[in-house]
Ligand binder design. Structure first.
Ligand SMILES: [Zn+2]
Length: 574
């Protein structure tokens, strides 16, 4: 922005001098700056609020960001939806997005709700917007100036061979796409949305939402950004405090003079004096990841906690916090909507450290004389885990690797003296069946494993001895391997590159409570997170299923290499 225009803007924001709306500079400003335009027009928002940056300075910073890719991880009532809606309308009025803008919600119901309660009134209440709109048949598609603003639900409409397709995320191009409530999007849909921008010179993308669980949805995108947090400067000591990360230390109580009540206020974490949200500024945690001089590169990310929003009532927030401390089931919601952080209870996701805690001192082996069990997840690159059986549900993993093809798998069966294996039945069932038959000839027991589409079936495991298939309840299986890692009964090889990959993939899943949109039933499910590679976790699951099929005679019969441990007089049946 040119310096003299910046001066005008600051004058206008501080309301120092009344501005002449006919001046050339002002009309130029109105055209260039969506924030200035919204303030000068006194745009009416829901509940009779007038758009203003007064007390919402963070909104100005986000609204004026020219980054090609923006991520906003936010708490409740942050007004970010309004902000990007106004930014899009302003750009369309001024002809900046010739191919239009698409505002995506997770589903059709969310679109209808937004359209009725927010979008409709925004148009009806504001002439400065209404006069640029042309009539269209659809309430969710508006012609603004010469191009379109579309509100769409990113829901899959067709499901062909497990591949989701949706006309709403394909068809027409756009210059800007906005994904609101990012964590509720179907992943397959979210991945298709950027295709809309392929023909655009601008390729603007905004992802925003309240986080739910770590390494997922908006938290994952924000994690890849420069991560700007609102830092509040202390008037007393000039130190900075980030209210959400420092919570609850960033809140102090003071006795009110007139009532015998304690009233909370924000406090500097350095000196303890009261601090004020209006003294905040955005500071990037990783400034090297995004440079405003190169808006097309990297992701510009913002964190907006409920604390810095205009309607934050601190005593109400503290009451919610107290309630969550006594009822831990409320803590997740408190983190997500108040602090704007993701949250998962310790028992619902394994940490990589939990996996490393299983590591012993032994390096991986190259072969085995003792009979072993194998679990394998078959992908383009298979994940294989081979272990010896130990007493009381224990096991010692002696080998893990990523290899390709069933021949390589068969070689490992020979090399490691595998007596029992469980392998995912699909997607390569035909090759699996050949492998199963080949192993059968060598008296190696091989089962294929499938997770049924729905976990409603009672019981953990159904065995079909005839065709050699286990049908396994996926959620229960994941619970079991989770507890196994935590139990101390699983020994892994010494920490090395492959074990690090193993740890990452074992932890790339988290248990979440999901609601079925149709039936309203709430059930626990494991959902892939992080880079969504969770193959080693399934290989570990299959190993758990394979171990019980390993008989003691298979392990003991060839125990020649372990003469020392066999020399145990207590076992001589004396
Ligand atoms: Zn201070």
């Amino acid at each position: 922005m040119e310096p003299h225009l910046r001066n005008i803007m600051e004058t206008a924001t501080k309301k120092l001098v009344p501005l002449n709306p006919d001046s050339e500079d002002i009309s130029h400003m109105m055209e260039m700056d969506s924030c200035f335009w919204a303030e000068q027009n006194g745009i009416k928002l829901i509940g009779g609020t007038i758009f203003s940056l007064d007390g919402c300075e963070y909104m100005g910073d986000i609204m004026r960001d020219e980054a090609r890719h923006i991520a906003v991880m936010k708490g409740a009532q942050a007004r970010i939806t309004t902000l990007f809606m106004l930014r899009a309308i302003h750009a369309l009025i001024n002809g900046r997005y010739p191919q239009g803008s698409i505002y995506y919600f997770p589903n059709k119901i969310a679109v209808e709700n937004f359209s009725k309660t927010r979008f409709g009134p925004l148009i009806a209440d504001n002439l400065c917007i209404r006069r640029h709109l042309k009539n269209t048949n659809s309430v969710n598609i508006k012609r603004v100036g010469r191009s379109f603003l579309r509100l769409l639900g990113a829901t899959a409409t067709i499901d062909i061979q497990g591949k989701k397709d949706s006309s709403s995320v394909r068809s027409e191009p756009a210059d800007e796409v906005i994904l609101d409530e990012r964590d509720l999007f179907d992943d397959a849909m979210a991945d298709m949305i950027p295709d809309r921008l392929l023909n655009s010179l601008l390729k603007l993308m905004v992802e925003l939402g309240t986080p739910t669980i770590p390494d997922f949805g908006i938290h994952k995108v924000f994690g890849e950004s420069d991560q700007k947090y609102r830092m509040i400067k202390c008037r007393a000591c000039n130190g900075y405090t980030e209210l959400a990360s420092e919570f609850p230390k960033s809140v102090k109580y003071e006795r009110e003079t007139t009532h015998e009540k304690y009233k909370p206020h924000f406090a500097c974490i350095k000196c303890g004096k009261e601090i004020f949200v209006s003294d905040g500024e955005y500071v990037a945690k990783y400034p090297d990841r995004y440079d405003p001089k190169y808006p097309k590169e990297g992701i510009s990310g913002y964190h907006v906690s409920h604390f810095i929003t205009p309607n934050c009532e601190l005593s109400m927030v503290m009451a919610k916090y107290e309630a969550a401390l006594t009822d831990s089931s409320k803590m997740g919601l408190f983190y997500n909507s108040m602090l704007g952080f993701p949250y998962i209870p310790l028992e619902d996701r394994l940490r990589q450290q939990d996996v490393f805690n299983c590591c012993g001192d032994d390096v991986m082996r190259a072969s085995s004389v003792v009979g072993t069990a194998m679990g394998a997840d078959i992908m383009k690159t298979n994940r294989i885990v081979i272990a010896e059986k130990k007493p009381k549900d224990g096991a010692k993993v002696i080998y893990m690797a990523r290899v390709s093809g069933f021949d390589a798998l068969y070689n490992l069966v020979i090399k490691f003296n595998v007596k029992s294996a469980v392998i995912c039945l699909r997607p390569y069932e035909e090759s699996f069946r050949k492998f199963q038959a080949r192993c059968h000839d060598r008296k190696v027991k091989v089962f294929g494993s499938v997770y049924p589409a729905s976990d409603s079936r009672k019981g953990f495991k159904k065995t079909d001895e005839q065709s050699g298939v286990y049908t396994v309840n996926r959620t229960e299986m994941m619970d079991k391997s989770h507890s196994w890692v935590k139990s101390g009964k699983l020994e892994l090889p010494r920490k090395c590159e492959e074990v690090i990959v193993f740890a990452r993939e074992v932890c790339n899943t988290a248990k979440v409570l999901e609601t079925n949109d149709l039936t309203g039933d709430r059930i626990y499910k494991y959902r892939p997170i992080g880079d969504k590679q969770e193959h080693y976790r399934h290989a570990l699951n299959y190993l758990m299923l394979a171990l019980p099929n390993l008989h003691d005679y298979q392990i003991g019969a060839t125990c020649v290499g372990e003469s020392k441990s066999n020399y145990d007089p207590l076992k001589w049946n004396l």
